[in-house]
Design a protein around this ligand. Sequence first.
Ligand SMILES: [Zn+2]
Length: 144
Amino acid sequence: MAKTSACTSCGAPIYWLKHEKTGKRAPIDVAPSPNGSCLVNLEEGSYRIAFERSSGTLYTSHFATCPHAGQHRTIASREANSLGRSSDELAARIGVSGATVERVRAVLASDEEEIKEQLLAGDIAPYTAYKRVRWLQRAKAGSA
Ligand SMILES: [Zn+2]
């Protein structure tokens, strides 16, 4: 059973949950949110990203909501918390180009869990993530 803890930056209650596949831990807001992007399993202490509007209870990555997250508050986590919005709407809202939003969407829609995680954690830029996903998809298509 996942225990709650407090964000060391802002003190908000969070769960530290492991990604279902990668095992990488991430802070998730304790309070569910209809705009969240994560489906959690509190029994297992794990989470996964909901890539489509889902019937399950959604939770938000604390990277997206922490007022002190700074570098963590990436385009990607905001995008992941805005599933279902049009790219124009989203681009206007977060002040990036529509092309960047489309790249983030393409990466999040792919099966490349590791790249998605890196993008959501802000470790790599949307353009880099997009190029890597495209390269992997082409490599897979070529070997099929
Ligand atoms: Zn915080």
